[in-house]
Design a binder for this molecule. Structure first.
Ligand SMILES: *Cc1c(COP(=O)(O)O)cnc(C)c1O
Length: 437
């Protein structure tokens, strides 16, 4: 394919994408395929001779689409929102075209510098404490990680390395393995599974703190465990908590996912640290071929020290396009719309005596269930997903099987939410009628 053909095919692809998204709600949100469906649809081996672009494109509807879960359908209410917007998709095209690998400042200065400034923009939008911003001093600052899982792991590994150095400064005789064997990290029993996983990968024990009736960890409970663990000779070194307010709990790092709710397509997980030396100091490797004339010095950032992989894409372009084309007001309006739709769904559930709300509805997620047994709710969910009209996933809250209704697609409107609710309510009526009275 040469540039002339790319020009033509590119325009066709943009049309295909626009058609797909404009008509997405006509597609069944969840596919009907069985595991292994795809292998029989394509050859066993890569083609020896080149095929034409038409041949490839023809197969999108035949091979791919039948097995796609349409995450951007307004009937998709499962898992969590994954960000999606036209400006971000265009920026991603440009990212692919530049195709640089921004592991150091010198490897592509714009890639590094735009990222630092975008994380400052975003930090200011969130009103993060100044210490987290890079500014021009560059003590703190932000980085784009691929995922929140990586950000949590980085934070845990940086904390592990910091505590080992601190202890060895006073007790040079203590070995690293001895110290690490005594370390203990803490998270909430409601924390995402990626937090527990960071503990597993980091090779440290992790304790899950019990939560109160609002599913929050309380300071007093944490303090008690910290004291007990210290008395038992353990070394507390890391606490991971989830915040939906702006109390920053003496945090050294903060992470959230613009690739969930901020219209910046996956992957874009924003992580800030107050002291970049904590994270850089933990993992620095300087082979000669990666050195350059402006090593990490105040305003020069070499992001390879802030992450596990060496390579990194020019992901801040997506943020730049989205932030400028929506503006702060547009982003706020978008989030408020989803929160409003979640509230609308909540009031529909509350108005139906057969159902209960299982947790406070704060943002875009409604946890709800039929009053009654877990089996009853499992059956209801099975029927909802089998009908394929909408898609939901469950969760477990205090031993109860709960249905989650997450506001996901950018294009979800009140009529979709109303339709989803009448569908759920209809399936619930059918189910309850079948029960012996
Ligand atoms: C989505 C989510 C994660 C995992 O996100 P990735 O970026 O896919 O790793 C972790 N924690 C919380 C609170 C989340 O919402």
């Amino acid at each position: 394919m040469d540039a002339a053909e790319f020009r033509r095919r590119g325009k066709e692809m943009v049309d295909y994408v626009a058609d797909y998204l404009e008509n997405i709600e006509k597609r069944q949100v969840y596919p009907d395929v069985e595991p292994g469906y795809l292998r029989s649809l394509i050859p066993e081996e890569a083609p020896e001779e080149a095929e034409s672009y038409e041949d490839v494109v023809k197969d999108i509807e035949r091979v791919i689409m039948p097995g796609v879960t349409h995450w951007h359908s307004p009937y998709f209410y499962a898992y969590f929102p994954t960000a999606h917007s036209f400006p971000a998709m265009l920026a991603d095209m440009l990212c692919g075209a530049i195709g640089c690998i921004g592991f150091s400042w010198a490897a592509s200065p714009a890639c590094t510098e735009l990222e630092t400034v975008m994380l400052d923009w975003l930090g200011k939008m969130l009103k993060l404490p100044e210490d987290f911003l890079a500014g021009t001093e560059g003590r703190g600052g932000g980085v784009i990680q691929g995922t929140a899982s990586e950000a949590t792991l980085m934070a845990l590994l940086a904390a592990r390395s910091k505590i080992v150095k601190l202890i060895q400064a006073d007790h040079p005789e203590r070995s690293e393995t001895d110290i690490i064997s005594k370390l203990v990290a803490y998270s909430s029993d409601q924390a995402h599974s990626s937090v527990e996983r960071a503990g597993l990968i980091g090779g440290v024990r992790m304790k899950k703190m019990p939560t109160d009736s609002k599913f929050s960890v309380r300071g007093a409970a944490l303090q008690k465990v910290l004291e007990e663990d210290r008395a038992a000779g353990l070394i507390p070194f890391f606490v991971c908590i989830s915040l939906i307010t702006t109390i920053f709990f003496f945090a050294d790092s903060f992470n959230f996912n613009p690739h969930k709710w901020l219209l910046v397509n996956f992957d874009c997980s924003a992580m800030w640290v107050k002291k970049r030396s904590d994270i850089i100091g933990a993992f620095k490797m300087e082979p000669l071929y990666l050195k350059h004339d402006h090593q990490e010095s105040g305003i020069v950032t070499d992001y390879r020290h802030w992450q596990i992989p060496l390579g990194r894409r020019f992901r801040s372009l997506k943020m730049w396009f989205v932030f400028r084309m929506y503006g702060l007001k547009g982003l706020q309006a978008y989030i408020r719309k989803h929160v409003g739709l979640a509230k609308e769904f909540e009031s529909l559930v509350r108005a139906d005596q057969r159902f209960e709300i299982s947790a406070d509805v704060v943002l875009g997620l409604v946890c709800f269930r039929l009053k009654g047994s877990n089996e009853l709710n499992e059956t209801l969910l099975k029927r909802i997903n089998r009908a394929r009209k909408i898609h939901l996933v469950p969760c477990q809250l205090a031993g109860k099987f709960v249905l989650r209704f997450a506001m996901c697609a950018r294009t979800t409107e009140s009529r979709h939410v109303q339709e989803a609710w009448s569908h759920i309510s209809h399936l619930a009526s059918e189910l309850l009628q079948e029960l012996p009275h």
